[in-house]
Design a protein around this ligand. Structure first.
Ligand SMILES: [Zn+2]
Length: 136
């Protein structure tokens, strides 16, 4: 993520952003910084959590400032979506970590030398332990 500071052009262009849709999907019209009355078309892919600028028809090297501007704009608008997606990711990571811990505990709780019968009992025990972790 780039700096939070917005320069004058960025602010102006963001305020005058024209968002529209055609047969190819969502796009933004961003005014040019150097050419008056010129607008560039930034195509936007809105299939993800946050819409992402995919292309711009200006002559600059990509990603150009128009693409960056549109991405910043959507990042700001969709902040809550991003936060929600992050919470989901953290929760998924937590579940994964718990599973890994349960797996590790299983390995640790296994005595170095076990008879086959003891081993089977141990497996039943650790299985129940696994379920109690899921219920929490
Ligand atoms: Zn551009």
């Amino acid at each position: 993520m780039a700096t939070l500071k917005i320069n004058f052009y960025e602010r102006y262009a963001t305020e005058h952003l024209v968002i529209d849709e055609d047969n190819n999907g969502l796009f933004c019209q961003v005014c040019s910084e150097t050419h008056e009355h010129t607008h560039y078309t930034v195509r936007v892919d809105e299939s993800g959590v946050v819409p992402v600028a995919t292309s711009c028809n200006c002559p600059a090297t990509k990603p150009c400032k128009h693409i960056n501007l549109v991405n910043k704009f959507y990042a700001r608008i969709y902040k809550s979506n991003v936060a929600k997606a992050e919470v989901k990711a953290v929760e998924a990571a937590k579940v994964e970590a718990e599973a890994a811990i349960a797996e590790a505990e299983k390995i640790v709780s296994q005595p170095v030398a076990v008879t086959p019968a003891k081993d089977m009992m141990l497996a039943t025990l650790t299985k129940q332990q696994g379920f109690s972790i899921l219920r929490r």
